[in-house]
Design a protein around this ligand. Structure first.
Ligand code: SIN
Length: 495
């Protein structure tokens, strides 16, 4: 690896010794202009894992200058060459699964099995968009009046700013970066402050593959920073930037959208969720409990698609809650690299504090804690898997996205009541429903306000499907055929 680091990872940590900790600008790793760094912590121990270069405004602009220069060349590169570049990145990521998974677990805390699954999920996006790069179909036809011919071409929008979250540090970069590169765009990546190390590893893989093929290495630039606005503000005000893709909170997304409006930027926004998990009287309860654990506990509940509200029909409510309580009680909480761990820590102290607060509020308002309900003793930012019964729709644990291992159970009578409860939120990312009634499934597809619906499944994510939400959950889609559309503009040619 040719990467230079502003400082090596802490000795004795699980990180590769040559993991880059600098900024990647124009194909070179370098320190921040200010020379400053920020610390990255292991959430299982709270220890410092590494010091990472802290990019400032000028670094961000330098990265955009490099992306803009590389874009001029990259947009002319043959689709097949872009496709093969991505294919080689897919293969390199897959070959290094264990090494990347160790970094994800070290900085994000999730159990190693989940980190490996995330690497496979991310690689799948890269492979999918390698396949899409050569299928950018346009249109040719005679105008209806017969006066001319029409060509519709699809052109890359230009340099893109990709702002990624900490909860899936490789999957979220993969599903933005791969379609951007497939379409012919160049990028500046601002990784989450809490998990920049995985991004660095992946960026180095892409840089090395570009260099090996004599392609412009400046198409991928990375500017970690302790301040997201220090990067986004100057870039969103710069006319060379043509696209913003953001995954994160609705509050930050709304603020970025306002700034993007001045530059009339193309935007994709994957924002918050508050997923309902509906269990009807006719559900297969074994499947529903298994799906509930998957939908709630992936990454300790820290996903936008996490089931946030368990809405259970009265006929099966007691039985479902008892079985869910048992299943949560069997989960093994611990450091992600300890064999047998099924639930890792939360990402930081403030996350534990927030979960503690919403559970306390529910408890004070009359909910019953069936299991968990407390943080765990000792080092690290852990909170125990929790089931809350007797929950009412006005409690914070229901109205807010909890982002933690807490399952609040609410009961409903009729199908109409269940649907009304499910839709009673400004968010609309995903909903889950367990029922054996096909007619009901079809009614739900019409009546549920969400971008995605999992039927008798606790997991919907797939590289070949359009991931995204409605209402306050966002704009645009990532993955599937739709994912690449976010990075192209149609050009109509009359001839
Ligand atoms: C997210 O939580 O933002 C993404 C989850 C997924 O892709 O499954």
């Amino acid at each position: 690896m040719t990467a230079s680091s502003s400082s090596p990872p802490t000795a004795g940590s699980a990180l590769p010794a040559d993991l880059p900790t600098g900024l990647l600008i124009g194909g070179e790793w370098r320190a921040a202009g200010s020379g400053g760094t920020f610390a990255v912590h292991d959430p299982a121990t709270t220890d410092v894992l590494a010091e990472v270069s802290d990019a400032g405004e000028q670094d961000a602009l330098d990265a955009l200058t490099a992306a803009d220069a590389a874009f001029r060349e990259w947009r002319t590169v043959a689709p097949r060459d872009r496709s093969e570049l991505l294919r080689s990145v897919f293969e390199a990521i897959t070959a290094r699964t264990d090494e990347i998974a160790a970094v994800i677990t070290a900085e994000g805390g999730k159990p190693l099995a989940e980190s490996r699954a995330e690497v496979a999920y991310a690689a799948d996006y890269v492979r999918w968009f390698a396949e899409q790069a050569v299928r950018m179909e346009g249109l040719a036809r005679r105008a209806p009046a017969g006066t001319h011919h029409q060509l519709v071409l699809r052109k890359p929008v230009g340099p893109a700013l990709l702002i990624t979250p900490w909860n899936f540090p490789i999957a979220m970069i993969a599903r933005k970066l791969a379609p951007a590169l497939a379409a012919g765009c160049s990028v500046v990546v601002k990784p989450a402050q809490l998990t920049p190390l995985t991004t660095a590893l992946v960026a180095e893989i892409v840089r090395a593959e570009l260099a090996a093929r004599h392609l412009p290495t400046g198409v991928v630039n990375v500017v970690p920073s302790s301040s997201a606005s220090r990067i986004s503000r100057p870039l969103l005000a710069d006319p060379r930037l043509r696209k913003l893709s953001f995954t994160g909170s609705t509050e930050v997304g709304a603020s970025l959208l306002k700034q993007a409006a001045d530059g009339i930027l193309r935007t994709s926004m994957e924002l918050g969720g508050n997923a309902p998990f509906l269990v009807f009287d006719d559900a297969d309860l074994d499947a529903a409990v298994e799906g509930a654990v998957a939908a709630k506990m992936r990454n300790s509940g820290q996903t936008c698609v996490a089931a946030n509200r368990f809405l259970v029909q009265e006929g099966v409510a007691e039985e479902f809650t008892a079985r869910l309580t048992e299943a949560f009680g069997r989960l093994v909480v611990g450091p992600g690299d300890r064999p047998g761990t099924t639930v890792g820590p939360l990402i930081q102290q403030s996350a534990v504090d927030r979960v503690t607060e919403v559970v306390q509020q529910a408890d004070d308002a009359g909910a019953q804690v069936r299991v968990g309900g407390v943080r765990s003793e000792g080092r690290g930012w852990f909170y125990l898997p929790t089931v809350l019964d007797g929950v009412t729709p006005d409690m914070r644990v229901v109205t807010e996205e909890v982002f933690g291992p807490v399952a609040p159970v609410l009961r409903f009578g009729s199908e109409d009541e269940g649907v009304d409860l499910a839709n009673a939120t400004p968010f609309g990312l995903v909903a889950y429903a367990y029922t054996r009634d096909v007619g009901r499934v079809m009614r739900l597809t019409e009546r549920i306000d969400a971008g995605m619906l999992g039927v008798n499944r606790g997991m919907v994510s797939d590289a070949s499907a359009p991931f995204g939400g409605v209402k306050h959950s966002g704009l645009g889609r990532e993955g599937g055929e739709a994912g690449i559309e976010e990075y192209v503009d149609p050009m109509y040619v009359a001839l």
